[in-house]
Design a protein around this ligand. Structure first.
Ligand SMILES: NC(=O)c1ccc[n+]([C@@H]2O[C@H](COP(=O)([O-])OP(=O)(O)OC[C@H]3O[C@@H](n4cnc5c(N)ncnc54)[C@H](OP(=O)(O)O)[C@@H]3O)[C@@H](O)[C@H]2O)c1
Length: 219
C-alpha cells in the first residue's frame, strides 16, 4: 500500500499516489484477471482497511479533488482510497452476479511486521512500534483474507465487509449504489477501458465511461 502518513502530496499520472496504488492498481488487476475467475464458485477478496470508515471525507469520495489540488490530508486520502476499494467490492457484486462470483472486502486488523510503516518519520515510527506490541502477527493479519479466499465456511457469502473473520458493518456509504457506480465509472475512464475490454469476460465491468479523463492530466 501507499503510505498513509506521507506528508508530501505525491502523484503519478495526475492521480494522488495512495488512490492510484491502493485502488486503481487493484481495480486494473481485477479487470485483467476476472475472466479467469470460475463462474459459480469463484471468489474475489479485496483488502480495504478500517480507515475506510474512520478516515474518509464526508462525501466519501472527493471526485473533484482526486489529485489533491484543492486540499490534501494524507490519512484522509488513504481512507478515501480504501473506501473506494470497499465500494468496488460492492459494485463487483452487482456486475458479477450473473456469474455467481463472490466478492467481499475486509479490514485485516492492525498488523505488525509488514512494510506498511517503512516510510514513516522516525518519530512516528517510535509511536507505531509501541502500538505494535498490541498488533496482530503477520499470519493473524492475513487470516481474514485467507479465510475468505479459501474456506468452505464462507462459500456463497458475498457482498459483505469483514474484520476478524466476521461480517461487520462497514462504512454506511457502502450501501450507496450511486456512489459505487460513480466511482467505478470514473476509474474505468482512467484505466484505458479499450485495453481492458479486449479481455473476454470483462464486458460486465466495462460500461461506457461517461466522465472526462480530468484526473489524468497532471495538475
Ligand atoms: N498492516 C496493517 O496494519 C494494515 C491495516 C489495515 C489495512 N492493511 C492493508 O493490508 C494490505 C497489505 O498491507 P501490508 O501491511 O502487508 O503492507 P506492505 O508490507 O507495505 O505491503 C503492501 C504492498 O504494496 C506494495 N506497494 C507499496 N507502495 C507501492 C507503490 N507506491 N507502488 C506499487 N506498489 C506499492 C508493496 O510492494 P513492494 O514491497 O514491492 O514495495 C507491497 O507489496 C494493504 O492493502 C494495506 O492497506 C494493512
Amino acid at each position: 500500500m501507499a503510505d498513509p502518513h506521507c506528508v508530501a502530496l505525491l502523484r503519478r499520472y495526475g492521480t494522488e499516489l495512495q488512490f492510484l496504488v491502493n485502488h486503481i492498481g487493484h481495480f486494473f488487476l481485477i479487470n485483467q484477471l476476472v475472466h479467469l475467475v470460475r463462474n459459480g464458485s469463484g471468489r474475489i477478496v479485496l483488502v480495504a482497511s478500517r480507515a475506510s470508515i474512520t478516515d474518509v471525507p464526508p462525501q466519501g469520495i472527493m471526485f473533484d479533488n482526486l489529485n489533491g489540488h484543492r486540499s490534501y490530508k494524507p490519512l484522509q486520502f488513504f481512507g478515501q482510497s480504501k473506501l473506494a476499494v470497499a465500494l468496488y467490492a460492492k459494485e463487483l457484486l452487482h456486475r458479477l452476479r450473473a456469474r455467481r462470483i463472490a466478492v467481499n472486502s475486509l479490514h485485516p486488523g492492525a498488523t505488525r511486521g509488514t512494510g506498511l510503516y517503512r516510510n514513516f518519520a522516525m518519530s512516528k515510527r517510535m509511536a507505531i512500534l509501541a502500538a505494535q506490541l498490541f498488533a496482530k502477527s503477520t499470519s493473524q493479519g492475513a487470516a481474514t483474507q485467507v479465510f475468505l479466499a479459501g474456506s468452505p465456511q464462507v462459500a456463497g457469502i458475498t457482498g459483505e465487509y469483514w474484520s476478524n473473520g466476521q461480517i461487520v458493518s462497514g462504512n454506511p456509504l457502502l450501501s450507496d449504489r450511486d456512489l459505487s457506480m460513480s466511482i467505478t465509472t470514473f476509474v474505468l475512464a482512467i484505466v484505458t477501458p479499450a485495453e481492458a475490454a479486449k479481455v473476454e469476460g470483462t464486458r460486465e465491468l466495462m460500461p461506457v465511461p461517461s466522465e472526462a479523463h480530468a484526473i489524468r492530466e497532471d495538475a
